[in-house]
Ligand binder design. Structure first.
Ligand code: DGP
Length: 134
């Protein structure tokens, strides 16, 4: 009985966490409450320049809806994930880095190096990069 109650509570809490936006900096950028240099915005995603660029082009593409990370994605989000990549391709073209190539990175969870817990894809380019596997 207690176990069932606890499972129900944890499930409710994780859902609340999933939609919580108050303290999320990327939600604030999406809503306009926080400033960022936005390069693309549509009904599903927003793309803006990273505050600490590691290359001449460093843009973050985020879903407008708060999703914590890849681990929180659901089957219904498949179209959204595809759209994020389509926007990455379009922005890369506009940045003039399509021909040279670029890197798309999604850090997931603490061990994956994620520091902002709102799903995002880094679009990085404008220079030759070392292969991440060495
Ligand atoms: P990650 O470590 O993969 O979670 O990447 C988070 C990125 O978000 C990191 O490269 C820095 C960037 N970032 C953090 N806070 C802000 C902010 O307030 N504005 C912008 N534009 N970027 C931010």
């Amino acid at each position: 009985m207690l176990k069932a109650h606890l499972i129900h509570l944890i499930s409710r809490l994780s859902r609340i966490r999933h939609t919580m936006t108050d303290s999320c900096i990327f939600c604030k950028i999406v809503s306009g409450e926080a400033k960022a240099e936005i390069v693309h915005r549509d009904a599903q995603v927003t793309a803006f320049r990273d505050i600490h660029p590691v290359a001449p082009t460093h843009i973050l593409i985020v879903p407008n809806r708060h999703i914590e990370s890849v681990s929180a994605l659901e089957t219904d989000d498949e179209q959204l994930v595809g759209h994020i990549f389509t926007v990455a391709r379009k922005v890369a073209h506009e940045e003039g880095i399509s021909r040279g190539g670029y890197r798309l990175i999604t850090n997931t969870g603490i061990d994956g190096g994620q520091t902002v817990f709102h799903l995002h894809v880094h679009l990085i380019g404008g220079q030759r990069m070392r292969h991440p596997m060495g």
